[in-house]
Write a new protein. Structure first.
Lengths: 289, 275
């Protein structure tokens, strides 16, 4: 850590009234970074350090484990289904909400945000109550030999629930701020509805979509609580990557647990990078308007 | 933004709105109502007996108490981090700024096992705390650490834009009027930041109360001591006690709706404050 070199507001050195004395600035920066180190930096570094503790070959062996590969495949499947479904919903919802006025708009936005305020454990539980053996549709599903809970469909449903708001809540404010002038101009000039959407709206919300999709994907691949309730933890069949991490960890197989966890940590870092770029692009776009 | 539909030439309101409502009902509203119906099937007496059993009451105390402690830690340090990130320049500031969102992006299970390892008696940080007789992992203190981790971005991200928007002229005015820097912060800046700090605090608290993945690895999960309510729901489910799980989940859900309502009011208040 090094000392701060200049301050945001003090443009000349004589501006003592509106910034803190240098020693105070150093101390505050040190405390802030120390706090972040204790809760963010050190734990993040520990993931990779633990993963590679016994060398690269042990790391790679852990990743090649049959059950781990099956978990990776299931996680990819879950994300491939859940993210596009929420993307279509996000675009449709933001089009209806941002481009039109109707009564109850605020209520609708609150309802879309609802999954964020529900505990992940409850998000899984509600699907067990519908599709589980004692649930509403349980007996019917059993007769027809359809498995939803303790199988991939339940995991996918729970994941769709917890990642439901991500894309819509990125797009709604972005499209609202852009108004509908450009689309109206396109329509007046004779473009069809779909042409207007793909040629005018889509380029405008491109970075908002990327931002929403990357956050949605990170949560879809990393969800633990909700998936843990509906998965049944069957090795090699209904374990996603986060559940595989839990199993390995609880078996005291720490190196393997952290090796698999490092994949998710790497995904998180990539997510943050894309998020930073997308945020910057969206802000620049908003400034240009 | 006031939009009128009168002269709106844009197509697609019907299909997009219809799809939105259908998808919302199927994925969110219908499943959530299953919880309500299942609870309604319980007699009032059974419901109260389940949700006020000593072990359940202890889990509320642990969950809400730890969430309160974690949100308070985040309120203090979140303001400091936001202030340092906006006002001071130091090498690596942009990277630090991006990493603040790590708890949003890092899967909770990964956070859980790494926090448990780092804060265990021979871990990188736990080792030094252990030397002073402080045990974190597998104690209620561990729950607070995990909840602080997952709530960290909320206060920073709600306060940061407010600090960015602050007009430095009022700080200059305060200084010209003879206030020292601390007086300016306490009397001028702090009141301006209060609504956003409270909003961030409430968001961090609400998130911590429902959290499961990052906590169970570090908590120790001893009934009556370090067992959080979401874990209790899972325990009941694993014992095929669906009624018990549903009853406790309903209490949690009602609590989170009350918090949601409170957060909405806070946000309205801070918007009015900003105008």
């Amino acid at each position: 850590m090094s000392a701060p070199t200049k301050t945001y507001s003090a443009k000349s050195s004589g501006n003592h009234g509106i910034t803190e004395p240098a020693p105070v600035r150093w101390i505050l920066t040190a405390i802030a970074l120390g706090f972040l180190a204790l809760f963010l930096f050190v734990p993040l570094a520990a993931v990779f350090s633990q993963a590679f503790e016994k060398g690269l070959s042990v790391y790679l062996t852990a990743l090649k484990d049959q059950d781990t590969v099956a978990a990776i495949k299931l996680t990819l499947l879950v994300a491939v289904v859940a993210v596009p479904l929420n993307l279509v919903f996000g675009v449709a919802a933001s089009w209806a909400i941002a481009k039109f006025s109707f009564p109850g708009k605020n209520l609708l936005i609150s309802l879309i945000d609802l999954p964020f305020s529900v505990s992940p454990v409850i998000s899984g539980l509600i699907y067990v109550l519908i599709f589980g053996r004692q649930g509403w549709l349980g007996p019917w599903l059993e007769v027809h030999d359809i498995k939803i809970i303790f199988a991939a469909p339940g995991i996918i449903l729970a994941t769709i629930f917890v990642t439901f708001p991500f894309i819509a809540r990125e797009l709604i404010p972005l499209m609202e701020s852009q108004g509908r002038d450009e689309e109206e101009a396109a329509m007046v000039l004779g473009a069809s509805g779909l042409q207007t959407f793909f040629r005018v709206t889509l380029p405008n919300i491109k970075w908002g979509i990327i931002y929403g999709v990357i956050l949605c994907n990170a949560r879809a691949m990393g969800e633990f609580g909700a998936v843990s309730v509906v998965s049944g933890h069957i090795r090699g069949t209904t374990n996603t990557v986060p559940l595989q991490v839990e199993i390995l960890y609880n078996e005291y197989n720490y190196t393997a647990a952290f090796a698999v966890a490092s994949l998710l940590a790497f995904l998180a870092l990539v997510t943050l990078m894309v998020k930073t770029i997308a945020e910057w692009k969206v802000q620049r776009q908003l400034k240009e308007q | 933004m006031a939009l009128s539909n009168k002269n709106n030439v844009l197509p697609g309101f019907g299909p997009t709105m219809g799809y939105t409502l259908l998808y919302l009902s199927l994925i969110v509203l219908l499943p959530l109502s299953a919880l309500t119906f299942k609870t309604a099937g319980l007699s009032w007496h059974d419901f109260v007996a389940t949700v006020s059993a000593p072990r359940v009451l202890a889990s509320y105390k642990i969950t809400f108490g730890a969430a309160l402690a974690a949100a308070s830690i985040n309120a203090v340090f979140g303001v400091l981090v936001a202030w340092v990130l906006v006002r001071y320049h130091f090498p690596g500031r942009k990277v630090v700024d991006s990493l603040v969102d790590l708890p949003f992006a890092l899967p909770t299970a990964v956070a859980g096992i790494t926090l448990a390892t780092v804060y265990s008696a021979n871990g990188w940080i736990g080792r030094h705390l252990e030397a002073h007789g402080i045990k974190v992992a597998f104690t209620p203190l561990g729950i607070i650490v995990a909840m602080t981790f997952i709530g960290l971005p909320f206060v920073v991200r709600t306060v940061q834009p407010v600090i960015e928007e602050l007009d430095t002229e009022i700080e200059e005015a305060s200084a010209c009027l003879g206030a020292n820097r601390w007086q300016t912060f306490r009397r001028v800046l702090f009141p301006l930041l209060t609504p956003s700090v409270l909003t961030g605090f409430a968001l961090a608290f609400a998130r911590a109360v429902g959290e499961y993945g990052s906590i169970i690895f570090i908590a120790g999960n001893i009934p009556m001591v370090s067992e959080i309510t979401p874990l209790l729901i899972i325990t009941k489910l694993e014992q095929y006690d669906y009624q018990g799980a549903t009853a406790i989940a309903t209490v949690m859900l009602v609590a989170s709706f009350i918090m949601l309502l409170f957060i909405n009011l806070l946000q309205k208040w801070s918007r009015r404050y900003a105008d």
